[in-house]
Design a protein around this ligand. Structure first.
Ligand SMILES: [Zn+2]
Length: 496
């Protein structure tokens, strides 16, 4: 049976509880669920007497070592990635699995790993006073140097008894999911929507933060310009407090050098951080690093420090961002991140677009494949979690996106996909976004169509007791799910 996409999209399905592991069994007994659409051929799983057959997806595939046409990935019933090989070989190896064969019409990629995002604040539009005239982060945070202070938005934290905060956080995470991310690192969020990464500190954190990285924002102090005032006036080098050595088992991903290269404090932060990194006692990343220069990049490459780059947020606040041509020439590993909505990108695709503009202006060679690596495997590496997700690789979790593909550069198809191009997004093997075309085959009958959003959203709303109407009521005045129009400028149009 053929499903018309628009008709299926508009259906709101009932939501009986089914195990997330049952996804591949759903089609087993119903011909009506066969989707022989123009893009994918669906074959339900064989009845296996209790064994979990999993799901094979056939498509062009973006693997760590390159683009592979006509490949297959076996998403195991436990949410992990099993075999990754030529499609026919995977199908022969797992004859009982369900098969979604989209070869030649779709490309499969790991979901983007957004290595730095303050989810608790990332519902808010840029402040009307936002301007690129700041030399250091402390100037807009604290109103130093006679600059206008930008008030911090009220953070929202997950509380099952607070439907407004829950709805706002669900909206933040759905916005990132629609933009291709399957993981975000930073404080705040809700359990069960996107994959959240942060250090476990409070009871309840293990349920929210699926994996740990130490993203404590400021490594030195919250008033670092003041702390460094003597040193920057020619005095003795400031001594920062020692790092917390007990956390060496997780990656350290702090803000460092967030200011112009002309800022003494921002430069000193980079120097101090790179001193600290020389201990080589843990995975280190460096968020922003606008003040870093080519010598610093060489040290970062040597010390295996990943630069977490948020060009839009940098340009919106400082009128300057990383010397990307220098970073590329020095061979630094770079990961992309959105930072937060008050100054950063709407989602990872918008960040990619801004990064591309910056690179073009700087004459830096950043082809689609390089940008894709920054948005996937490098993000996971920045967090020390590359053995968990960020690539289509046996043994990793199945955090995948499948988007329409009409030939040409498959990396570009992933980087520039629109809502309408999204066929499916899985986290831990669980479908969270589905095109109406595939809803009947792959969903657990728990997908909801939202106004203005092309793919249906699966398994999210029931968990929070939110109806679509109630959800919509809470979203007035916050950054919407589907319109990047209110984001900060990438800064280049004005010639900065
Ligand atoms: Zn930040």
């Amino acid at each position: 049976m053929r499903f018309a996409e628009s008709a299926v999209n508009s259906l709101l399905r009932p939501a009986p509880w089914l195990s997330v592991y049952a996804l591949a069994l759903l089609g087993a007994d119903a011909d009506a669920q066969i989707v022989n659409g123009p893009i994918c051929e669906w074959s339900p799983a064989a009845v296996t007497g209790g064994r979990g057959p999993g799901l094979i997806v056939g498509a062009d595939m973006l693997l760590p070592d390159g683009h592979r046409p006509d490949y297959g990935v076996h998403i195991r019933f436990n949410g992990g990635i099993g075999a990754v090989a030529d499609f026919e070989a995977v199908r022969d190896a797992y004859p009982e699995a369900a098969v979604l064969d989209c070869r030649g019409r779709a490309v499969a990629s790991p979901g983007f790993v957004n290595a730095h995002e303050h989810a608790a604040f990332s519902y808010a539009f840029p402040d009307p006073n936002l301007n690129p005239g700041y030399a250091h982060r402390d100037e807009w945070r604290l109103g130093l140097a006679g600059k206008v202070q930008l008030p911090s938005p009220q953070p929202h934290y997950y509380d099952p008894g607070d439907p407004e905060s829950t709805a706002i956080l669900v909206a933040v995470e759905l916005r990132h999911l629609l933009g291709g991310a399957t993981a975000i690192a930073g404080t705040g969020g809700v359990p069960g929507v996107i994959r959240n990464i942060n250090r476990h500190v409070r009871e309840g954190d293990p349920a929210l933060y699926d994996a740990e990285a130490d993203v404590s924002t400021f490594p030195f102090s919250v008033r670092v310009v003041e702390d460094l005032a003597d040193e920057c006036a020619g005095g003795p080098a400031h001594r920062f407090p020692p790092p917390d050595g007990e956390l060496a088992f997780m990656a350290y991903v702090p803000h460092v050098g967030e200011g112009r290269r002309s800022s003494c404090a921002a430069r000193a932060e980079v120097a101090r951080y790179l001193q600290r990194v020389q201990r080589r006692d843990r995975r280190h990343s460096l968020v922003h690093g606008v003040a870093a220069d080519r010598e610093d990049y060489a040290a970062m490459r040597e010390l295996d420090v990943t630069l977490v780059w948020s060009p839009r947020s940098n340009l919106a606040l400082y009128g300057q961002t990383v010397d990307i041509a220098g970073a590329v020439e020095q061979g630094v590993r770079v990961a992309l991140s959105t930072d937060w909505s008050p100054s950063g990108s709407f989602n990872m695709r918008e960040e990619v677009s801004c990064a591309r503009q910056v690179a073009e202006l700087a004459d830096a060679a950043l082809p689609g494949e390089a940008l894709w690596r920054m948005a996937t495997v490098n993000g996971a590496y920045a967090l020390g979690l590359e053995d968990r997700f960020g690539a289509i690789e046996p043994g990793l979790r199945a955090d995948l996106m499948l988007v329409r593909y009409a030939g040409g550069d498959a990396y570009e198809a992933v980087l520039t996909a629109t809502d309408e191009d999204i066929l499916a997004t899985w986290i831990d093997g669980r479908p969270v976004l589905l095109s109406g075309l595939l809803d009947g085959a792959l969903s657990e009958r728990n997908c909801v169509a939202l106004e203005g959003v092309a793919p249906t959203v699966c398994g999210v709303f029931d968990a929070f007791g939110l109806s679509e109407e109630r959800f919509g009521d809470y979203l007035e005045g916050i950054v919407p799910l589907n319109n990047p129009g209110g984001q900060a400028s990438c800064g280049l149009a004005a010639g900065r």
